[in-house]
Design a binder for this molecule. Structure first.
Ligand code: Q46
Ligand code: ZN
Ligand code: ZN
Length: 321
């Protein structure tokens, strides 16, 4: 197998691009795909301060690395969710990566700061773990980006993630979610701009990028992911991709090109009806936001803050802090 660009020995074949790449040209391909995505969707400017949410997994560490390679100013944000050994190990991977690159990692410790961890908090609040976790992460990511004065919040969602979410929303015709399934969500009052620069790259490509860039990521899946519906959607789409290379990218990008505009984002955007949560100051449709209600039901407590705005009580690690 030869590299399509230089005819040297190739290390990876990308069937949907009808290409094979050597190490150097594969790493360059990944950078080009990210650069193209940032430009095409006008995600952020070279001078913007960027915060990337990192889990210690391949996607978030890869996008952090890629953005630094492309010359952006990027800090990391890690939320310790208290999911046993998985969280201990994932935090270690995030910290090790940050110190190896001399980058700043902001850390929020959920049990230490808010008094609950995901497994016990979800049970106490009678929510599915991933539902409690998603709500918690969204709130803490938003708060850290706003409080830290970042221009944009980056997440490591890749093509497989986005195609699986789109598939799930399509078979259920969740039109309000389809309206918001874009690689860029603009900032709204109390919410940062959110972007997904990895949408042109697949899970397999991100694993290869980490191995070839010597990024030591956590390989284990979160133990709470078992039975997650999205894993089933990914399997279905992987079968389709094996029969028809490029099917996932066609499904997702043709949706953005030809269908997304038909779903009314106004319906999905209820920010007009939002006010400030009386406990934490975050945007909320009621007096108390969903996160503060979860904290209460999960048996934890909101940390007292002297600031009139909300606080994520971050601590900082990393060489540049
Ligand atoms: S970390 Fe949280 Fe995921 Fe674990 S509990 Fe579910 S949502 S599976 S990305
Ligand atoms: Zn090459
Ligand atoms: Zn609140």
């Amino acid at each position: 197998m030869k590299c399509t660009v230089c005819r040297g020995p190739a290390v990876i074949d990308l069937r949907r691009h009808n290409s094979n790449f050597c190490v150097d040209h594969f790493l360059r391909f990944c950078r080009d795909q990210v650069r193209r995505t940032i430009d095409e969707f006008e995600m952020f400017a070279p001078t913007d301060r960027v915060l990337v949410a990192v889990s210690g997994g391949k996607d978030s560490l890869a996008i952090w690395d890629l953005l630094m390679e492309l010359g952006y100013s990027v800090d990391g944000l890690y939320v310790g969710l208290g999911i046993g050994e998985y969280s201990d190990a994932s935090g270690e991977h995030a910290r090790r990566f940050a110190s190896s690159r001399g980058a700043t990692l902001i850390e929020v410790d959920l049990p230490g700061t808010y008094g609950y961890d995901i497994p016990t908090g979800a049970r106490a609040a009678r929510r599915a773990p991933c539902s409690a976790c998603g709500l918690t992460k969204r709130h803490l990511f938003d708060a850290a980006a706003i409080d830290g004065g970042y221009d944009v919040l980056v997440t490591g969602h890749n093509l497989d993630d986005e195609a699986a979410v789109l598939f799930g929303n399509t078979i259920k015709w969740h039109t309000e979610y389809l309206a918001r399934q874009a690689p860029v969500l603009p900032a709204r009052a109390g919410f940062p701009r959110k972007v997904k620069p990895l949408v042109r790259l697949s899970e397999r490509e991100m694993a290869a990028y980490c191995v070839l860039s010597r990024i030591d990521y956590i390989v284990d899946e979160c133990p709470m992911a078992a039975g997650n519906r999205h894993l089933g959607y990914k399997e279905v789409l992987n079968d389709l991709e094996a029969r028809s290379p490029g099917a996932k990218a066609d499904f997702y990008f043709n949706f953005l090109r030809s269908a997304a505009g038909h779903f009314n984002a106004e319906d999905a955007d209820s920010s007009g009806a939002l006010r400030e949560c009386e406990r934490c100051g975050a945007p909320s449709s009621g007096e108390v936001c969903a996160f503060c209600r979860l904290v209460e039901r999960a048996g934890g407590s909101q940390p007292v803050t002297l600031s009139p705005t909300r606080s994520s009580s971050p601590s900082r690690n990393g060489a540049s802090s």
